[in-house]
Write a protein that binds this ligand. Sequence first.
Ligand code: ARG
Length: 453
Amino acid sequence: MTLWHGRFSSEPSALLWDYTESLSFDRTLALDDIVGSKAHLAGLEKVGILTATEAATLYDALIVIESEFVGGSFSFSDRDEDIHTAIERRITEIAGDVGAKLHTGRSRNDQVATDLRLFTRRELTIVAERILDLQIVLAELADDAKDAYLPGYTHLQKAQPVLFGHHLLAHGWALSRDFDRIIATLGRMDVSPLGAGALGGSTLPIDPSYTAAVLNFAGPFENSLDAVSDRDFVAEALFDLSLIGVHLSRIGEEIVLWSTEEFGFVRLDDSYSTGSSMLPQKKNPDIAELARGKAGRLIGHLSGFLATLKGLPLSYNRDLQEDKEPLFDSLIQVGRALLAVNGMLSTALFDFARMKKAADSPYLCAIDLAEFLVKKGIPFRKAHSIVGGLVRDSLERHVPLEELVSAHPSLGDEAAVLLLPGESVKRRITRGGSGTEAVALQRSIFSERLTID
Ligand code: ARG
């Protein structure tokens, strides 16, 4: 029998059941549902709807159920429609008639909204911690890199030498914004929906502020219709997770490129690489590839759920049940990705000599020559064209650029020094740029941000 059988003259069809049930995935919320129920019964007791004895009986039943879930012995019935009905059924089995009082003044609509907020707030906090851990790995790699440099690219064409630490910290800053975004999402979702009932509150004197405080939310909802239908926090979480996925995907793409023989900037540890079932020599960067590939699925979850929300009238609609699977999956995938990418990067061997070799081309210092001319009073556009002409000449006539620079009346030997390996990064002075001092300052600012307040 269902919880709502009273109004119905026949049992639900098996087809309806299979299509509408959510127990197969919302059992993930079991412990949060119990936390929510404990708060609800404390609230009912506080305003005198439950006696102290009744509340204690229900509380004890919840403790038993909690240990059944933790120990893996909770048994579901095929009449359980979702996790909420499963737990309520079990309460009545354990506590008898008083079990029927737990749902007083509550609907599954405010219950599920509460459960999902409790779940999301905890899981997002774990993601935030893992982001910080990955930022720390990047910062440590930046320290290990010391003054190593590699070509910086635009359009995937070599552009200027940049310190490797600068490159690593660029990914670090993206993750730092991801961290901030999660903290902001957690702040906005810090509202308890419990007490909204099905949609309009209750005639019973229940106190949403009290249950909000018990559940450690900043406060209760202001509008019960909004409370049961608001899934902004799910959409925001899916966006935050998608963007983390996009950032990890970009790191992944670089690792895929860099681990090729052609680049050779990195060798992944064997324990973070995979092999080929046919080609014995292969060593593949599968974590990096999946960090890239799984971003597509995260974006899919976000856009799919936004599409679910867009046509919904107020307030609760069963469509909202579609919030869970994308959210659960995105959290699992991003959680694992952060750990796997962390392991892959922290065990990788970066080949600074290969990076240097790729960056030590005088052509990558062409801008330094143009700026040398600017310092002598030549307008930048003219300087750009002079140096561009020398580059073309060097390439067409196969004459080393250094030679042409030394022989040039406005450049000469003083300018040719700028083309020597390592000079370019040393001389760059702008704040936030890839010069040695600027990167050291950046590194210390980056460290100041690596805390959860
Ligand atoms: N399984 C439902 C969900 O996840 C729970 C709420 C159902 N409420 C209802 N009135 N049918 O959204």
